[in-house]
Each structure stands twice: as structure tokens, then as C-alpha cells.
Design a protein around this ligand. Structure first.
Ligand SMILES: Nc1ncnc2c1ncn2[C@@H]1O[C@H](COP(=O)(O)OP(=O)(O)O)[C@@H](O)[C@H]1O
Ligand SMILES: Cc1cn([C@H]2C[C@H](O)[C@@H](COP(=O)(O)O)O2)c(=O)[nH]c1=O
Length: 197
């Protein structure tokens, strides 16, 4: 894999983040590169990185990345990075300072359409590469989906949960990829319309 320090893969659900993570990291099992892939234990849908395309990668499930500091590895993969914490991104900083390569994937925008705090913290580390992926909008079928629409009882969830809330994928909610036109997001910001008149 390329010798960059921090690679970040972002996008809504179904945009192929897992597919890209598997593509980047699975060859490492055939090398002598010491590596470990962590996935948030809050992600309950799968036991590892499992792309809807079928590609898969074994992971260590964890609620904290602190354990990564005790491992002697050259490459650390992180899946569902939005489900970790800002403190975990401080762990990523230390890994990078040590010369460990880090590849992290996750959704960038939460149920409100606002950036997850740990993702913002990750971007503040100055990644060498950021890939923004898009999905096909599950409503209009344009290949322009940037949001993950949360549905509750089949309807868009417009109640506002705390920022950066990790949501289960266990049937409590359903999720759709949606473009800017089709997303129905909670109103969290009052836009002063005359400023744009
Ligand atoms: N609405 C959609 N937009 C794009 N791909 C989709 C959609 N629904 C299903 N897919 C399939 O999902 C695959 C990507 O899934 P996955 O790697 O699990 O994405 P992510 O990790 O971003 O959720 C695509 O390659 C495609 O086969
Ligand atoms: C919108 C939203 C989603 N989540 C969760 C739901 C899933 O478990 C993951 C994303 O899975 P992917 O298919 O691998 O992209 O994230 C969340 O925690 N918070 C949200 O706002």
C-alpha cells in the first residue's frame, strides 16, 4: 500500500467505504507488514468489515482505540470511525507521530446532516488523502447521495438526538442514502433567509 501517513475514507452508508477499506487493507495479510484493523463495537450489524458487495475483512471489535498504542504494528485500520470519540482521535495522532500508517473509514455526516465530532478531529490531523465517496440516492436514483437518511417506523426521523450519536443498525432504525434534494433532515439551524435574498 502507498506510503502515506493518514488516509480517510468518508461518505454516506452504501457508498462503498467498506469496499475501499477491504481493497486497501486485505492485501496486507499476504505481506510481512504488521497490521491490525479495529472496528467500533457499537457497530452491531457485522462481526467485521463486511461490504454489501461481499468483500470482507477480519477486525478487532473495540469501544476504544487506546489498545492500539500497546500493539507493535506498521498499519492500523479503523472502521466506523464516526462511532469512536474525539479522545480516540488523539490516539490516532500518537500513532501517526510514531510513524504508524492509519487508514480510517466512516460516515462523515450524522442523522442531522452535520459532521461527526471524531471525524472533524480526524480531519484536523491533516490527512494525506481524503476520499469522499457518494452513493446512489435511494429516492431519485441519482449517483449523488451525500447524506444518510435515518428512518424511524419507515418515516424520516426529524427529532434531534445529541450531536454525533452512534445509532444501531439492528432494525431499530432503517437507513437510506439520499442526495441533497431528497434528504429530510431535522431543522437544527435557522437560516436567515434575507441574508441570501
Ligand atoms: N444506494 C446505493 N448506492 C450505491 N451502492 C449501493 C446502494 N445500495 C446498495 N449498494 C451496493 O453497496 C455497495 C457498497 O456497500 P458498502 O461497501 O457496504 O458501503 P459502505 O461501507 O459505504 O456502507 C455498492 O458497491 C453496491 O453494490
Ligand atoms: C446516520 C447514522 C448512522 N449510524 C450508524 C449506522 C451503521 O451502523 C453505521 C454506518 O454503516 P456503514 O454501512 O458501514 O456506513 O453508522 C450512526 O451511528 N449514526 C448516524 O447518524
Amino acid at each position: 500500500m502507498c506510503a502515506v501517513d493518514l488516509t480517510v475514507i468518508l461518505g454516506p452508508m452504501k457508498s462503498g467505504k467498506s469496499l475501499e477499506l477491504v481493497s486497501l487493507l486485505s492485501p496486507l495479510q499476504y505481506t510481512n507488514v504488521r497490521h491490525r484493523v479495529y472496528q467500533s463495537a457499537r457497530h452491531v450489524r457485522d462481526i467485521g468489515v463486511v461490504s454489501r458487495s461481499g468483500a470482507a475483512l477480519a477486525t478487532v471489535k473495540t469501544t476504544s482505540l487506546a489498545a492500539a498504542l500497546d500493539e507493535e504494528v506498521d498499519v492500523v485500520g479503523i472502521d466506523e470511525v464516526h462511532m469512536f470519540t474525539v479522545e480516540d482521535m488523539a490516539v490516532v495522532r500518537v500513532l501517526l507521530q510514531r510513524g504508524t500508517r492509519v487508514v480510517a473509514a466512516g460516515i462523515d455526516l450524522d442523522h442531522r446532516g452535520e459532521m461527526f465530532a471524531p471525524v472533524r478531529a480526524l480531519l484536523e490531523l491533516g490527512p494525506a488523502t481524503v476520499t469522499y465517496r457518494r452513493a446512489v440516492c435511494d429516492i431519485c436514483r441519482d449517483f449523488t447521495a451525500v447524506y444518510t437518511q435515518v428512518l424511524e417506523h419507515g418515516e424520516p426521523m426529524v427529532r434531534v438526538l445529541p450531536p454525533s450519536t452512534a445509532l444501531p443498525d439492528d432494525g431499530t432504525y432503517t437507513y437510506e442514502a439520499r442526495c441533497r434534494d431528497c434528504a429530510v433532515l431535522p431543522a437544527t439551524v435557522t437560516v436567515p433567509t434575507q441574508a441570501f435574498a
